[in-house]
Design a protein around this ligand. Structure first.
Ligand code: HEM
Length: 429
């Protein structure tokens, strides 16, 4: 208040001075006016909503270093559209990395390549990158590498139920649209239209949390075979939403937390054209020019993701419970975490620690899922990557899982996709 009244006084004095000494108006007297305008602009900026919305982290604005955060999209890293033999799939982040040759252009890469590309280009924490890449390679690939598209046991596209899942942001549910990698324009519009003014648009965590809840309810209402499983649902599917702001936002000295505007969102999601006629081109996800990733001092690690996950579940406790439709739309039932974990976790404990429950569940389920022995080298790399996460978070182990309760869910599978028959009774947008 003090600043506003003193600036009002300044403006009044300035007006009086200009009237008395018109020849001074263009030099000395305009300086306080310019300072006043700049000050008001600053106040206005400071009073606008925090760019990241109400999300708890970062506690203080992270550093911004233009030289290290600008991502090279020229020369060897210029956008190159995928050819007919190149794999592109559900994940826009990995598709963009392959299109800019930060991952092999054919879309098939090793664990090390996934870790280097996601940490260098997006500022993903090394813990999160290793966790995601190792899971993909062991459960959905050869053990050491995998495809960003592919089918069962060779890529994300075929991982329906264990990695790829329902109620994703923009890609359709597998049994609702017959594809898990097709972008549904109505879903894109749902998100896009949440920020009507292009000048101030920012798809931050608040916006994405609202969108996440809408998409969850939409799968209940439209997909009779909707499954929200312990790992792919409770954990991976939240990441698909938080990653949109946390990894795609553009950073600047003014907004070191990042702002995700309409053009940047469109570029990363391979959408072009005017608002009234948006077009999706499969697999053409592009890193925009003049795009600055998050600072590595503020890398998006597993504990960071955990905070975002709890921010989401606080708005909708259902996100922290396993469940599914029972073959018809709107027949959603929860499945008790205590049953699934043979009593290791109560529902309340799982809801309070979703990463722990999901990761411990995956660890206990892996030998059955992969058919590999816990002692084998391949499974060993995964158990050690997942085990270091659960150890750091102090998670309680799940000795054995009981998946019989999932028989309630006719849509439950461990592998499937990238295409499938559309289920009877679905509603498409
Ligand atoms: C090694 C690292 C990564 C792995 C293994 C991975 C894997 C996946 C998987 C399995 C899905 C399917 C999830 C679902 O069905 O909802 C997915 C979707 C998604 N991923 Fe990634 N991802 C990685 C990195 C990234 C990065 C760096 C970004 C952002 C730049 C990103 C953004 C997304 C988004 C937005 C979706 C949802 C797509 C949609 O429905 O519109 N991912 N990813």
């Amino acid at each position: 208040m003090r600043s506003f009244s003193s600036s009002a006084v300044n403006v009044a004095l300035l007006a009086a001075n200009v009237a008395a000494f018109p020849h001074l108006a263009m030099d000395g007297l305009t300086a306080p006016l310019a300072a006043d305008v700049a000050y008001k602009q600053l106040l206005q900026r400071q009073s606008t909503t925090n760019p990241q919305g109400g999300a708890p982290l970062p506690l203080t604005p992270p550093p911004f270093d233009a030289a290290s955060q600008l991502i090279n999209v020229a020369g060897a890293h210029a956008f190159t559209a995928p050819g007919s033999g190149d794999a592109r799939g559900e994940c826009p982040g990995l598709n963009a990395l392959a299109n800019h040759n930060y991952l092999p252009h054919n879309g098939i890469a090793t664990i090390d390549q996934f870790v280097s590309a996601t940490t260098e280009v997006f500022g993903m924490g090394a813990d999160l990158a290793l966790f995601l890449a190792t899971y993909g390679a062991v459960v959905d690939g050869s053990g050491t590498s995998w495809s960003i598209s592919g089918g069962p046991h060779v890529g994300i596209g075929g991982s329906h139920g264990n990695y790829e899942t329902d109620s994703s942001p923009l890609k359709g549910d597998l049994y609702q649209y017959g594809s898990n990698s097709k972008l549904i324009l109505e879903q894109f519009h749902e998100l896009y239209d949440m920020q009507p003014d292009a000048a101030t648009a920012n798809y931050n965590l608040d916006v994405l949390r609202t969108f996440r809840n809408q998409r969850f309810q939409e799968s209940i209402d439209k997909n009779p075979l909707f499954v929200y499983g312990p790992f792919a649902g409770m954990l991976v599917s939240q990441a698909a939403f938080t990653f949109i702001y946390r990894f795609m936002a553009n950073h600047s000295a003014e907004y070191p937390e990042g702002v995700l505007n309409k053009d940047v969102l469109k570029s990363f999601m391979s959408i072009s054209g005017p608002e009234t006629n948006l077009v999706w081109t499969p697999g053409h996800e592009q890193i925009p020019n003049n795009w600055y990733r998050r600072n590595t001092a503020d890398a998006y690690t597993i504990p960071y993701f955990n905070t975002d996950l709890l921010y989401f579940t606080a708005s909708n406790p259902q996100l922290a419970l396993v469940g599914c439709n029972e073959g018809k739309v709107d027949t959603y039932q929860h499945i008790d975490a205590a049953t699934l974990s043979n009593g290791a976790y109560t529902a309340a404990q799982a809801a309070a620690n979703p990463i722990c429950f999901a990761t411990e569940f995956a660890l206990a389920e892996l030998p059955g899922l992969t058919g590999l022995s816990l002692l084998s080298g391949l499974l060993g790399s995964l158990t050690s990557a997942l085990g270091s996460v659960t150890k750091n978070l102090g998670c309680k182990a799940i000795g054995s899982v009981n998946t019989t309760a999932l028989a309630l869910c006719p849509g439950f599978t461990l592998y499937g996709g990238p295409t499938a028959a559309v289920a009877p009774g679905v509603i498409q947008s």
